[in-house]
Design a binder for this molecule. Structure first.
Ligand SMILES: Cc1ncc(COP(=O)(O)O)c(C=O)c1O
Length: 450
């Protein structure tokens, strides 16, 4: 069990006094002191296995020595000179590398930003400018970021949008196929087909397809609680988009860089989007995001339409180059797939013992465990979910949740079987303690979650 003293409480009190609370979704009182590989140590000296990877940012493990070395070397040369005015080699090398590794056998260009949301904004601008159309199609429960454009195409919750309007007005949301809580039909393929019937119906009635610039999608929805559409969904969506010259923007901010068992989630579906948005894990925690896409689209806008002074800074670029090298050389996507299978097997086995485990889904190390009130209603159990995460933290595991009731299993991709098993046993004990009523309701005052 963790020890928490005034050292931790003082920092948290000060944070609460001076930081805007909208910038944080609180989980538990953990003040990070050090992190290495899959371990995080707080300022009290408590050690945790990290099953969150700083929200799927630290795919290469905390402070990977090769990445630290690359950053230090760059620091000794120069910290920044804006690529908005001058040139530097890490920037050039990274653009070439991103073009090489992203799906799409066509000429590409790259544009950098600093956050996933910033690059989503850029992709929307580029798509509108190129197509000379203004409408965007997105999906209910999608999360694309908090900048005003990204927020406009996010269908995560009204709480995020309330009072922010007018947002981008020409965004239409459609259902994203959910295999566990199907919107239209119990059968996976029929359900996904019905989601696209919904879109077709819009095209036939209220939404002129020739006014639509792009469909923005997460190839696998992340914050919605890990939803994976069937292949047929993308086959038909692609056909519909091609028929009406609508671009596809794939947001791989969460799914990219080996997380799903392949470098990019689009590769699971042979999907070659016109624009791909990258972020989070791209530079192992250094601020960087990018749009990689068809040359003609990313050359249709003029400077300074997407001009961001510190984007593509050399430190982030060398960190990204080294991140990609580590993922390739250490075969991290392959490890993600292997450990992910182990994790899913474990939950599928213990599911028989705990009826609060409704569903286990995902691929690689992007896994969701759906915690429910009962198997018939599949009603989301936010209270139980929060308590499980709290107990895990008490016992040395960082575990978060999203979609109010889905345990978010996303460790660094360098994790080995021993740490996976340790973490899984902490989770099973936590589930058992929660089922046995051992976690007081008072913890719900602290843990809010996503
Ligand atoms: C799929 C997806 N897109 C975009 C974002 C936003 O990224 P950022 O917080 O860097 O703006 C996120 C963040 O969670 C995400 O999961």
């Amino acid at each position: 069990m963790n020890i928490i003293t005034d050292k931790t409480r003082t920092i948290i009190e000060e944070e609460e006094k001076y930081t805007s609370f909208t910038t944080r979704v609180p989980y538990y009182p953990l003040v990070v002191s050090k992190a290495k590989g899959v371990k995080v140590i707080d300022i009290e000296g408590n050690e945790f296995i990290d099953f969150l990877s700083s929200a799927a940012v630290i795919n290469t493990g905390h402070n990977h020595p090769a990445i630290v070395e690359a950053i230090k070397k760059q620091l000794d040369s120069f910290i920044h000179y804006t690529p908005a005015y001058m040139y530097h080699k890490p920037h050039t090398e990274l653009t070439k590398k991103l073009i090489e590794i992203t799906p799409g056998d066509f000429e590409k260009r790259v544009a950098f930003s600093l956050s996933g949301g910033g690059s989503v904004d850029g992709a929307i601008k580029a798509a509108r400018k190129y197509t000379k159309r203004h409408r965007i199609i997105s999906f209910f429960k999608a999360y694309h970021g908090a900048s005003i454009g990204a927020l406009s195409v996010s269908g995560y919750s009204t709480a995020m949008r309330e009072g922010m309007g007018p947002l981008l007005e020409d965004v239409t949301f459609i259902p994203y196929p959910d295999s566990y809580r199907p919107q239209f039909n119990e059968e996976l393929i029929k359900n996904s087909d019905a989601c696209l019937d919904y879109l077709q119906n819009l095209f036939d009635t209220v939404l002129p397809a020739n006014e639509v610039a792009a469909v923005i999608l997460e190839p696998m929805q992340g914050d919605a609680g890990i939803l994976l559409p069937p292949q047929e969904f993308y086959d038909r969506l692609l056909k519909m988009c091609r028929e009406h010259n609508i671009l596809i923007i794939a947001d791989e901010v969460q799914t990219g860089f080996g997380r799903t068992g392949k470098m990019f989630a689009c590769e699971h579906y042979n999907l070659e989007p016109d624009l791909i948005v990258l972020g989070k894990a791209i530079a192992s925690g250094m601020p960087l995001s990018a749009i990689v896409g068809r040359k003609e689209i990313l050359e249709a806008w003029s400077a300074p339409a997407h001009f961001i002074n510190t984007a593509g800074n050399p430190i982030s670029c060398v960190a990204a180059l080294e991140t990609i090298k580590v993922i390739e050389e250490e075969k991290l996507a392959e490890n993600a797939e292997k450990q992910g299978e182990l994790i899913k097997d474990f939950f599928n086995k213990i599911k028989r013992k705990y009826d609060c485990i409704g569903d286990v889904r995902g691929t690689g190390l992007l896994i969701g465990v759906d915690i429910i009130k009962d198997p018939i209603s599949k009603e989301r159990d936010q209270v139980k979910t929060a308590k499980i995460c709290w107990r895990c933290w008490e016992n040395g595991l960082i575990l978060a949740f999203f979609a109010s009731n889905v345990l978010r299993i996303a460790p660094p991709l360098v994790i080995n079987e021993e740490d996976v098993m340790k973490a899984l046993h902490i989770i099973e004990n936590a589930i058992s303690d929660v089922q046995n009523g051992l976690i007081p309701d008072s913890v719900l005052e602290e843990i809010k979650g996503w």
